[in-house]
Write a new protein. Structure first.
Length: 291
């Protein structure tokens, strides 16, 4: 199979860059610190031979996977946010457009390079994450499923960064706006949902009518949050698979809503659709024939 030339060029550039090496080093250092604190901190408190100590690797795995999710969310915009704008600033974009490569292959090559960073982080973290396999908490299939969730997050976040890099000509502006959008999707949506819940509490106190709080349509904002689909994957590995659904039931009466019942799956499908729209739009805007 012939690789995308843009992907090959980007991977060669990343392999020679000290930035990627530092990202891998910091990622594995943080994961090792989390593993050390969980194993030696919690185990000393519970006792190594206590039956409840088997929950230690599970908690360690959950913390490490969520930390890895945060690292992917923070690292991918740095790579994808300047992927096109940096070519424009270096005066090499016109050279790419004059080759046999069409704009779509350029866009997909840049996305593959961003996903390469996700795969490097995931593979480098597998030795630490595989500690939980020894205790029987999850198997190789679970680790691969977790890696698939990170890959989905990388596609979604990377497509946002590439779109901003095509629309905005300055690398700094494109990267900053990529981070702003991603932070809003991950943190801002949770904050909006929390504010809607808090508004319901205030309304209860003012009217003295105590009933179940309903955040209404604000719950559907969670569909745009990449953490929703990733948390659903971890929930199905180590929980009962209904943690996200139960959380939604605390925010309103959604018992008969099938979209809430399959919230992580619906979020994953929506992220892929948005990614496809952003990439197609970026490819058309990059096409000089459309100017």
């Amino acid at each position: 199979m012939r690789l995308n030339p843009v992907f090959e060029k980007e991977m060669k550039r990343n392999s020679r860059s000290s930035r990627i090496s530092w990202i891998i080093f910091v990622c594995n250092l943080l994961l090792a610190v989390v593993a050390f604190v969980c194993y030696f901190g919690e185990s000393n408190q519970l006792g190594y031979l206590a039956p409840v100590s088997y929950s230690v690797p599970m908690n360690c795995y959950i913390l490490m996977t969520y930390l890895l999710f945060i690292l992917v969310v923070l690292s991918v915009p740095a790579v994808a946010g300047g992927s096109i704008s940096l070519e424009r600033e270096k005066k090499t974009l016109d050279v790419l457009l004059t080759t046999n490569l069409n704009p779509w292959r350029i866009i997909t090559g840049k996305l593959e390079a961003s996903l390469g960073v996700v795969l490097i982080l995931t593979v480098s973290a597998l030795p630490v994450l595989s500690l939980v396999v020894v205790f029987g908490g999850t198997g190789l299939g679970g680790l691969l499923l977790m890696a698939g969730g990170l890959l989905l997050t990388g596609i979604f976040v990377g497509s946002i960064g590439i779109f901003c890099s095509v629309v905005f000509k300055r690398t700094t502006l494109a990267t900053v706006l990529s981070y702003v959008i991603v932070v809003f999707l991950v943190v801002g949506i949770c904050a909006c949902t929390g504010l809607a819940y808090y508004a319901g509490l205030l309304q209860q106190e003012m009217t003295a009518a105590y009933q179940q709080i309903d955040v209404g349509g604000a719950i559907y904002l969670l569909l745009f949050n990449p953490f929703t689909s990733f948390a659903g994957i971890i929930s199905r590995q180590l929980g009962n698979g209904r943690e996200m659904e139960q959380l939604c039931y605390l925010l309103g009466n959604y018992g008969q809503n099938p979209l809430i019942h399959y919230l992580p799956e619906a979020s994953a499908v929506l992220q892929l659709l948005i990614s496809a729209v952003l990439l197609v739009t970026a490819g058309r805007k990059l096409n000089p024939l459309n100017k």
